[in-house]
Design a protein around this ligand. Structure first.
Ligand code: FAD
Length: 393
């Protein structure tokens, strides 16, 4: 029996045959015929040099296979084959898929229906690594982001070494806590949003970052927050195919988050900063925390230019001031939010603790209705167009 391997492929439906990847590949693993540009599985060493140079994202395709597809098979494709079912015994993928899919479905339930990816989002790779075959990452850095002694949030940078780990802004990874549960089975992975953009925490390095809050007695969050530089850990995923950034630079983003819900918003912001800068459609962010000392990325956020990201930082526990939550500030900025709701270029992203959903939903209801739009209808239209996204946990 063959051991399943990961294979790098190119999507023939999206590839524009510019051959930039072929010219970039340092070991000539990429070749083409009259039909397709393809990757030779015998040569590819997953160096990832071809990933950032591809103008369409078609290069970012991966399958776990028992027998790699040959060059001849790939030359004959008009579309990519689906991920073949390798069976639970071999990969552990089915059981994990179900557990992760259930977690994600629960996290996305607040959108009120089936989530849809933005039309212009790049195609995500999902389920590349499993409990049976996790990716091993090495900790490059673990930095505390918050001064509040009761609120320990970490920025953790993970080096993926030579492993292909293609991940888009808005996707999550599974972290497998070491050890076993009471039944002697490995612990189920916990999901963490990736807070770095697709070309790496450091541009064109094969590394990612996570934003992790230490939960009292939490198994995985304590394991992560205590990791030292050089330590190794097992990752599964990537996961998530809908909470994604539109690649359309004209898209306008309304970002609403609390605490570690800022992780995907950081990834979105960095991606836009690197690719389009202030010339994008713009982003407006409502970001809630107890106080500046517990707001992740408070310092770095101050350096982000306003023409890229307008920030409304909202605090619920400032001495001598009334409590304010993101929904209160949204109401205070009602006109700006209403104007965005009327624009078909607007995409809304809500991320953070489950407890934020009701208040935000209430504010959006009031604001939409102030411009004569029943929110339930507008929300369903936006969601079905891939413009309304909720991820709460
Ligand atoms: P667990 O061990 O799973 O415990 C969970 C909670 O239960 C803890 O608060 C703990 O105090 C309590 N608990 C544990 N044992 C007991 C017990 N015996 N009795 C009573 N209570 C108990 N988190 C982030 O920090 N950053 C992110 O970017 C992030 N992204 C996410 C994205 C998604 C899509 C989802 C679904 C979740 C995300 N999370 C994120 C949450 C994360 O997955 C974990 O749930 C979180 O870190 C807690 O995991 P844990 O293993 O530390 O806690």
């Amino acid at each position: 029996m063959n051991t399943p391997v990961k294979q790098h492929l190119i999507d023939p439906e999206i590839c524009i045959r510019c051959y930039t990847c072929e010219m970039t590949c340092p070991i000539e693993a990429i070749t083409h015929d009259d039909m397709n540009v393809v990757v030779d599985a015998d040569k590819c060493n997953f160096c990832m040099d071809c990933i950032p140079v591809c103008p369409t994202g078609s290069i970012d395709e991966w399958r776990v296979v028992n027998t790699p597809y040959s060059l001849e098979e790939q030359f004959g494709w008009s579309e990519l084959p689906p991920q073949e079912d390798l069976g639970e015994a071999e990969t552990g993928m089915e059981a994990l898929d179900e557990a992760m899919a259930a977690l994600l479905a629960e996290a996305h339930a607040g959108a009120g229906g089936k989530a849809v990816a933005p039309k212009s989002a790049a195609r995500p790779a999902i389920n590349l690594y499993t409990l049976a075959q996790p990716a091993v990452a090495k900790v490059q850095g673990n930095y505390r982001l918050t001064d509040d002694p009761e609120h320990d949030v970490r920025h953790i940078i993970l080096d993926m070494g030579g492993l292909p780990f293609p991940v888009l802004e808005g996707q999550s990874v599974g972290v497998v806590p070491p050890g076993e549960d009471e039944n002697g089975k490995p612990h189920l992975p916990r999901l963490y949003s990736v807070s770095s953009p697709r070309d790496g925490e450091r541009p064109n390095y094969n590394n990612i970052s996570l934003t992790v809050k230490r939960e009292p007695d939490g198994l995985c969050s304590n394991f992560l927050c205590d990791l030292e530089k050089g330590a190794e850990l097992n990752l599964t995923g990537p996961f998530g195919a809908t909470f994604l950034l539109p690649d359309d630079a004209e898209a306008r983003l309304l970002l609403i988050c609390t605490g570690t819900g800022s992780a995907p918003m950081r990834a979105f912001t960095m991606r836009r900063q690197r690719v389009v800068g202030g010339k994008s459609g713009g982003m407006l962010m409502f970001f809630g925390a107890r106080n500046p000392e517990s707001l992740p990325y408070f310092g770095p956020l101050k350096k982000v230019p306003e023409n890229l990201l307008k920030q409304e930082l909202v605090y619920s526990r400032l001495d001598g001031q009334a409590k304010e939550y993101v929904q209160d500030r949204m109401m205070a900025r009602e006109e700006a939010v209403a104007e965005m709701l009327t624009d078909p270029a607007t995409h809304i992203y809500i991320c953070g603790l489950k407890g934020m959903e009701d208040g935000v939903e209430h504010a959006l209801t009031n604001i939409a209705e102030s411009i004569g739009q029943p929110w339930a209808i507008l929300r369903d239209v936006m969601r079905s167009e891939g413009r309304y996204h909720v991820e709460t946990y």
